[in-house]
Design a protein around this ligand. Structure first.
Ligand SMILES: Cc1cc2nc3c(=O)[nH]c(=O)nc-3n(C[C@H](O)[C@H](O)[C@H](O)COP(=O)(O)OP(=O)(O)OC[C@H]3O[C@@H](n4cnc5c(N)ncnc54)[C@H](O)[C@@H]3O)c2cc1C
Length: 491
């Protein structure tokens, strides 16, 4: 691409690439500038342990990508991106060889929960009937408009039930530890103290998606999705420039629209004295939560979970009971380490043998740790896995670890290791990153935030970027209605 583009996107994560694709769909020339040596951000896949073992450095499990309006329109299948559904979406092993299991089927899941089967159906049945409306409402910018009448009741029901803490919701519905652990394990993805309000909403939302679009993984690794987005952009004349870290917005003087797939703090630094003190102060108040300590393993055989069903699950929540899960998550939220933490583990080769040489396996897990922690949690994590999979350590061929500080070094959006680009607390989900009606728009003319630090927040759904691009199209280019994404060229 020669000359000044119509729009620049800083950062080639899923949101940056989604923004670029929506802008390109309007016929604009778009340049994406990425500091890493490859596009993808949270979609990167690398051989960090042994040759031939392909590890997703960040995201692996894609209930949000499967459900999100942006990716439904992008049409993953037509771009060669295959979603693989594990037999069991997520498992939560318990002591004594038991496990709570979440299947695609609500009925099969409920049937496995014994005395809590009817209560499980009562909680998730109504959600599933309105799953599309709930998903679209919370993932698009529709929450700034009046919802469609047919979905209003479902959305209102979800909102009301999701307001309390997950512990409160679980105790209200369930008697046994399996169902309680199942929903608490899903809610713990939010990296919040689980005694806080709104944690029920994430448990319900992720549990609902398990029975709606599933919790799929991408064949070949998450990088395949990033590469497909880059290819789609290039087919429209757009370009991605890698290995370039943006530090000053003046670099883009003369470019009509600049969209930032960065942290709000990075934007403030880039904007310098173009920014008013009020906005700067609000960004200073924006809180980044706990970090993660992550391990990628190359294994000689599958993880030897005591419960054989857990060996069929894509995602495993390793924490014991709901009470242990809540205690494990309280520690990092209050600046402490836990010696029995909630471990979030993913076993990609359960569905995707292409990620490792013959007979080999890849496996990853992370724990939440205090913001910026540099403590090595390897022993603690492996002890938790051993508790439910004795002999696990004997299967390890190699490991690669990253503490919270290294996470930020890898990707500056993960401030202090916070992989959500800002705590997803009630306050920060209502006003993300600053309390303005149009949270994508910044006080710098033509400049918009487009990362997970804007609504609807973290995960791979592309909606933050898509929403920001639609605002920029309207305000900068006078395009009132979002142009449809260009379809994939015929194979
Ligand atoms: C360990 C881990 C596991 C995860 N697991 C999942 C999962 O299974 N499922 C899921 O849905 N989500 C998961 N997530 C979250 C998900 O990856 C993020 O929410 C998502 O990637 C956010 O997308 P984004 O585009 O906003 O930012 P990012 O993906 O972080 O991309 C931002 C990009 O901008 C670049 N950048 C930043 N600053 C600059 C600059 N100044 N100049 C140039 N480039 C810059 C960065 O290098 C990066 O490439 C996980 C995250 C982590 C870290």
């Amino acid at each position: 691409m020669k000359g000044t583009p119509d729009a620049v996107v800083v950062g080639a994560g899923p949101n940056g690439l989604a923004a670029a694709l929506r802008l390109a769909a309007a016929g604009l020339s778009v340049r994406v500038v990425e500091r890493g040596d490859r596009a993808g951000g949270g979609l990167r896949t690398e051989e960090v342990t042994l040759p031939g073992y392909r590890h997703d450095i960040c995201s692996t499990v894609h209930p949000m990508a499967a459900a999100a309006p942006f990716f439904r329109e992008f049409d993953l299948a037509s771009r060669g991106v295959r979603l693989l559904q594990p037999d069991i979406n997520f498992a939560h092993p318990l002591d004594g060889g038991r496990a709570a299991l979440s299947f695609d089927s609500l009925e099969q899941t409920a049937a496995g929960l014994g005395a809590d089967a009817a209560a499980y159906r009562r909680l998730f049945g109504p959600l599933l009937r309105h799953a599309d409306e709930i998903t679209d409402f919370f993932l698009t910018s529709a929450f700034r408009r009046l919802p469609p009448p047919h979905g209003l009741l479902g959305i209102a029901g979800f909102g009301l039930q999701g307001l309390p803490s997950v512990g409160w919701l679980a105790r209200r519905y369930f008697d046994d530890d399996a169902a309680k652990a199942l929903i608490a394990g899903a809610a713990a993805h939010g990296m919040l103290d689980l005694t806080r309000p709104l944690t029920a909403a994430l448990g319900m939302f992720l549990g609902m998606l398990s029975h709606h679009h599933g919790w799929p993984l991408i064949e070949g690794g998450s990088q395949v999705l990033a590469d497909a987005m880059v290819a789609a952009l290039e087919q429209q004349g757009g370009e991605v420039v890698t290995g370039h870290e943006v530090t000053d917005l003046r670099e883009f003087d003369g470019v009509p629209a600049v969209l930032l797939d960065t942290s709000p703090g990075a934007f403030v630094a880039m904007a310098g004295n173009r920014l008013n003190p009020g906005y700067r102060r609000w960004v200073q108040r924006y809180t980044h939560g706990p970090g993660v300590f992550k391990i990628d393993w190359a294994l000689s055989e599958p993880v030897p979970w005591t419960n054989p069903d857990v060996r069929r699950a894509g995602t495993v929540h390793v924490a014991g009971t709901m009470e242990e899960t809540i205690a494990g998550e309280a520690a990092p939220a209050h600046g402490r380490l836990s010696d029995r933490p909630y471990v979030l583990a993913v076993q990609p080769t359960v569905v995707d043998p292409s990620r490792a040489p013959k007979a080999g396996h890849v496996f990853w897990a992370y724990v939440h740790v205090p913001h910026g922690s540099t403590v090595d949690m390897t022993d603690v994590i492996e002890a938790q896995v051993e508790r439910f999979a004795p002999g696990f350590r004997d299967t390890i061929l190699a490991r690669h670890t990253m503490h919270a500080g290294q996470m930020e070094h890898w990707n500056p959006n993960d401030v202090g290791g916070d992989i959500s680009n800002g705590e997803p607390s009630l306050r920060q989900m209502l006003a993300r990153p600053v309390p303005r009606w149009n949270t994508y728009k910044t006080p710098v003319l033509g400049t918009y935030l487009a990362s997970a630090a804007t609504p609807p927040g973290p995960a791979v759904h592309g909606q933050c970027g898509d929403n920001a691009a639609q605002v920029a199209l309207r305000e900068v280019f006078g395009v009132r209605h979002a142009p449809p994404l260009r379809p994939a060229p015929p194979a």
